[in-house]
Design a protein around this ligand. Structure first.
Ligand code: FES
Ligand SMILES: [Fe+2]
Length: 351
């Protein structure tokens, strides 16, 4: 339970600025990410290859990892059990993983296979020579992993219930939509900004025309926040089946955020993922990935010009970082109608 942020949003004051600027607080929070689930990727990324390195997961947890193909999709350590070299970077296409340093080989399940010049070594190989396997959960093609993770159930339940009808498992990774940027701001400011549609009419004039601002809705759940963007006029919307709780609504976008820094943005064309990777207290990498479900819907509605929206967001987030770093700012207040998502995040962050 948070004692820093009042549970009553009408009384609450926002996150103290030290949470965005203090090195000690930053390191404590980052250490706590060991306990969270993180997005590893989508199974379609393994089409035509056997393993892919998960650099963003390393940024979030400190553990170099590989996502490997097979009967089961696994997330395994990418650190060679000989002298610690990274086993594979980028994509691997072989059925056996081979460390490029001295040639040790492993199966895609992480099991030790062979090592030259080790015939005389006693009690070798042992279990310690295998690459450790990390907890892995797959939901509709989306792969999640972590170090000692817990708490994804409520998020998956919310998504299953609302958007389980979407054929997410058949979406295809589109590398032309994958990119990453570094911004000069604390990671939590990027999350704050994501969690409210309050700024849309002010910051995103183009996007604002696609969305019905008055009907924008925010739904809180254990471990995350969902924002539902309703299409304005005859703008592009999902064709929602009647088993969905949103049947009858003209939804332009589902914006899911899962603690700490995973954003799953579902549009009629497919899924855009933002991964927030804190680099230091005042630098953050934002990784974007795109998974296309229906090409004919690309370029339409709220999900049309994401690069422009992103640029507009980054500008305000960087400027806000300068503001909260100054002596003239300590903390503010929340809008009870528009900032429930930010309040929910701040409660989680300070619990
Ligand atoms: S570090 Fe991998 S084989 Fe030596
Ligand atoms: Fe925005």
């Amino acid at each position: 339970m948070s004692t820093v942020i009042d549970p009553d949003i009408t009384r609450a004051r926002t996150l103290p600025s030290s949470f965005y600027t203090d090195q000690g607080k930053f390191l404590d929070l980052k250490r706590s990410f060991r306990k969270s689930w993180h997005f590893a990727g989508h199974q379609s990324q393994l089409a035509g290859c056997t393993a892919i390195s998960l650099d963003h997961v390393e940024g979030l947890t400190g553990q170099p990892m590989l996502m490997t193909a097979g009967v089961e999709t696994r997330c395994i350590s990418n650190v060679c059990t000989h002298r610690g070299m990274l086993v594979s970077e980028g994509k691997c296409h072989k059925k056996t993983l081979q460390c490029p340093y001295h040639g040790r080989t492993f199966g895609l399940d992480g099991n030790f296979r062979a090592m030259p010049e080790f015939e005389q070594v006693e009690e070798f190989p042992s279990k310690d020579d295998d690459l450790p396997i990390f907890p892995t959960t797959v939901w509709k093609g989306l792969v999640f992993t972590g170090i000692e993770p817990s708490g994804l159930e409520s998020c998956l339940e919310e998504m299953e219930n609302r958007i389980g009808w979407l054929p997410i498992e058949s979406f295809q990774s589109d590398p032309s939509r994958h990119r990453s940027y570094e911004i000069e701001a604390n990671w939590a400011l990027y999350v704050d900004n994501y969690l409210e549609g309050f700024h849309i009419p002010f910051v995103h004039k183009g996007l604002n025309e696609s969305l019905d601002y008055d009907n924008y809705r925010t739904i809180l759940f254990d471990g995350g926040v969902l924002q539902v963007g309703i299409a304005s006029g005859d703008e592009t919307a999902f064709d929602i089946p009647n088993q969905s709780p949103d049947f009858g609504l003209r939804v332009a976008a589902y914006y899911y955020w899962i603690f700490p820094g995973l954003m799953l943005n579902f549009y009629p064309w497919g899924l855009s993922v933002n991964l927030v990777v804190p680099l230091s207290v005042d630098r953050t990498r934002i990784v974007y990935q795109g998974y296309v479900g229906d090409e004919s819907m690309l370029g339409k509605g709220a999900g049309a010009d994401l690069d422009k929206v992103e640029e507009e967001d980054q500008e305000v987030v960087e400027a806000t970082h300068r503001g909260v770093s100054s002596d003239s700012y300590e903390r503010g207040r929340y809008s009870p109608t528009k900032e429930t998502g930010v309040h929910h995040f701040h409660r989680m962050l300070t619990s």
